[in-house]
Design a protein around this ligand. Structure first.
Ligand code: IMP
Ligand code: MG
Length: 208
């Protein structure tokens, strides 16, 4: 599943509307139900978000903390459009394993390399679902005397949020319907992260 096979250029006119000039394994094409956010839509929105962050942090330095692995594409796109001085770091936590729903228990696998004390931190996330992961990270950072901690996500599955977490998201790219999505850094069983758009995975792929 999702593994071997030819790498081909997916072209407009192929079976997935909205996909243009994507180079990817041919078999993955058959795994995608629809494209939710195209390469073009994402790139426009990421530029807007970068401009907003640059304006909000004018005169300050920010530490952009990407949550690995899902945020690696979003972080690399957004950080290259910031006009404020910035430092890039990563956190790795695990909560999903090989499933499509969170296990609910978050484990820290890699902490920050930089000392966040006195620094303005922006957590960069691919997708907020229940909010468990970000709530855990906020708590993790709350003892570290950061100057500020803000949350930035490309996608927000708002309808799935655990209300009691009271999570305030400072920067949201798009609201996301309650579907399992892949691409633009997001995976199922580590596949599909390299697709340049966000698509809905066919349930038949993960129901196997
Ligand atoms: P939360 O802790 O429930 O908010 O889950 C957030 C994490 O789960 C994010 O880091 C995502 O990478 C992952 N996740 C949630 N929904 C999806 C999805 O539809 N596709 C891929 N990853 C997802
Ligand atoms: Mg993630």
């Amino acid at each position: 599943m999702g593994g071997d096979g030819d790498v081909v250029m997916w072209c407009s006119g192929d079976m997935i509307p909205g996909v243009v000039n994507v180079t990817a394994p041919a078999v993955w094409k058959t795994h995608i139900k629809e494209v939710l956010f195209s390469q073009e839509a994402i790139s426009k929105r990421v530029a807007e978000m970068a401009a907003q962050i640059s304006a909000d942090y004018a005169g300050k330095e920010v530490i952009c903390v990407g949550l690995l692995k899902g945020a690696f594409v979003f972080l690399s796109d957004i950080c290259r459009q910031l006009s404020v001085p910035n430092v890039i770091d990563f956190l790795t936590v695990s909560s999903y394993g090989h499933s499509t729903t969170t296990s609910g228990s978050v484990k820290l696998k890699k902490d920050l390399d930089v000392d966040p004390r006195g620094k303005h931190i922006i957590i960069i996330e691919d997708l907020i679902d229940t909010g468990t992961t970000l709530a855990w990270i906020q708590k993790h950072l709350s003892s570290k005397d950061c100057a500020s901690v803000k949350l930035c996500t490309l996608l927000d599955k708002k309808s799935r949020r655990t209300p009691s977490l009271n999570l305030k998201i400072d920067y949201v790219g798009f609201e996301c319907p309650d579907e399992f999505v892949i691409g633009y850094g997001m995976d199922f069983n580590e596949h599909y992260r390299c697709l340049p758009f966000v698509g809905v995975l066919k349930p038949s792929v993960y129901a196997k």
